[in-house]
Design a protein around this ligand. Structure first.
Ligand code: NAD
Length: 486
């Protein structure tokens, strides 16, 4: 039953919206106005137990539902998401803060995963081979596994859950989702639409909460596998804890993405791509550019282009017309980003543009950080090494591509990296040697589409099978191999 009135956010268990046992409610606020939009229960073990029990109970019948019927639910969900696209984008802008063009794009990326997962009848086919020995045949069958836990971050609260649960359920599994407690309202609407599309009770369940909720979910003996996206520190904890319990786990973590600009790159294209990457979503993207390395003579024009582009950005409430960059998610996060800027200054990086103490007229309670640009950033400084997750560019210089690649190699993160050049040879060398999972060549945000794998390396990813694409099908199924002689 839909519960779309504002403020009422509940767990979704066995097809029912339940307020749960939690006494504590976690507020959800509009980051531009500070207005309270709702609250979610900080669910405990009993709530998690109920959600997992519902998923366990729903599994046998859902698994036996023909795969084409399971896929048809996703086709209907895709149509409903298209129909409600604008409404979802506006709701998402209100609770997250980014502008409506950005949230519209996020919803679109989510829909593309629903579309891709709807191809499950062909995606989960097995292989077969006759005469592997005399009169012996061999075949693989992909089967669903059971109950999966999906735990997601605040920065893409509609899209990231859709990296996982549509694939899991299309393959015949059931799911318990724990969305970010900071902006869970719009995905709640997606869950209502899934119900409307005919997803049976118990196939997808939602429990809200924080650390203790996640721990109860991961430790639950009936949870077979865990998909996680969030900061590296938490991703590592999740990976270790789930692996120790013998579960399959994919844990996507944080990032410190480098962008390398060669002297033969088109300066205008570089400025557009870098400014969009660093300041889009107020820097709160795991694919956001963070350190921008100008090689040789590229540095001067690159620096000017980025400063001009950053100065032209209008900061404000994402729902207002003409706004390029919204607030960051919370007061605590604004203070954290400002802390990195303070530290960068103390460490001797040159602050060329300072976004601290920004006031946006009409929004005194907003969590504002304006575009910020440093130069002379080095890997020895936290501003050049740690994930800031805010609208801060760190410019650096390198004498040649070799030196720029060394900077990349020194980072403990390995999510995304981009090169800007007109040289096919330099681009090939970069792709070959960068050692980073998502690579942009003349692209500022190297975001793989739904049919390609999404995830990093080093401390940006713990596991082996990534999100989206064929990896998602492998993660949510097990291959049974049958060898037969008649
Ligand atoms: P976060 O790690 O604080 O939280 C992620 C999820 O884990 C939330 O649901 C949260 O409630 C839960 N959680 C928080 N602390 C926990 C703990 N100690 N134990 C168990 N669960 C815990 O991340 P966030 O601030 O919501 O999101 C931003 C981070 O996510 C950034 O580091 C960003 O780079 C990363 N991210 C990565 C990708 C990727 O593809 N690699 C994509 C999006 C975001």
């Amino acid at each position: 039953m839909p519960i779309t009135q504002p403020g009422l956010t509940a767990n979704y268990v066995a097809g029912e919206w339940q307020s749960g046992d939690a006494c504590e409610k976690l507020p959800v606020t509009d980051p531009a106005t500070g207005e309270t939009l709702g609250a979610v229960p900080d669910s405990g073990r009993a709530d998690v137990d109920r959600a997992v029990a519902a998923a366990v109970a729903a599994f046998p019948a859902w698994r036996r539902t023909p795969v084409a019927e399971r896929a048809r639910v996703l086709f209907r969900l895709k149509a409903l998401l298209d129909q409600h696209h604008d409404e979802l984008a506006i709701s998402l802008s209100r609770e997250h803060g980014k502008n409506v063009a950005e949230t519209w794009g996020e919803v679109q990326r989510g829909i593309e995963n629903v579309e891709h997962a709807a191809g499950m009848p062909t995606l989960m086919m097995g292989d077969a081979l006759e005469d592997v020995a005399r009169d012996v045949d061999c075949a693989t069958w992909r089967q669903p596994i059971g109950v999966f836990a999906v735990i997601t971050p605040y920065n893409f609260p509609v899209m990231i859950p859709l990296w996982f649960w549509p694939y899991a359920v299309a393959a015949g599994n059931t799911v318990v989702l724990k969305p970010s407690e900071q902006d869970p309202l719009t995905h709640q609407r997606v869950v209502e639409l899934a119900e409307q599309a005919g997803l049976p009770a118990g196939v997808l369940n939602v429990v809200h909460g924080r650390q203790a909720t996640v721990a109860a979910l991961i430790d639950h003996p009936d949870v077979a596998g865990v998909s996680f996206v969030g900061s590296s520190q938490v991703a590592k904890i999740i990976y270790e804890r789930a692996a120790l319990a013998g579960k399959r786990v994919q844990a996507l973590g944080g990032a410190k993405n480098h962008m390398i600009v060669l002297p033969d790159a088109d300066p205008e294209m570089v400025a557009d791509a870098v400014v969009g990457s660093v300041f889009g979503s107020a820097g709160q993207r795991c694919l956001a550019g963070s350190v921008v390395v100008g090689v040789g003579d590229a540095y001067g024009p690159m620096r000017e282009g980025i400063l001009d582009g950053a100065a032209s950005l209008k900061v404000g409430r994402g729902l207002d017309d003409g706004v390029d960059m919204g607030p960051v998610i919370s007061r605590a996060h604004r203070d954290r980003v400002n802390g990195f800027i303070d530290e960068g200054e103390r460490d001797g990086a040159r602050l060329l543009m300072d976004g601290r103490r920004l006031h946006v007229p009409g929004y005194p309670e907003g969590h504002w950080v304006g575009p910020t640009v440093f130069e002379d950033v080095t890997p020895a400084m936290p501003i050049g090494r740690e994930e800031v997750f805010g609208p801060v560019a760190g410019l650096a210089r390198a004498p040649n591509l070799e030196a720029a690649l060394e900077m990349l190699a020194a980072s403990r993160y390995g999510n995304a990296a981009s090169i800007f050049t007109n040289s096919g040879r330099a681009a090939r060398e970069f792709r070959y040697r960068a050692g980073i999972s998502m690579i942009g060549i003349n692209i500022g945000v190297a975001a793989p589409m739904a049919f390609f794998p999404f995830g990093g390396t080093r401390n940006s990813f713990y596991g082996d099978l990534k999100a989206q694409g064929r990896d998602a099908v492998s993660f949510f199924t097990d291959q049974r191999v049958v060898i037969s002689r008649w």
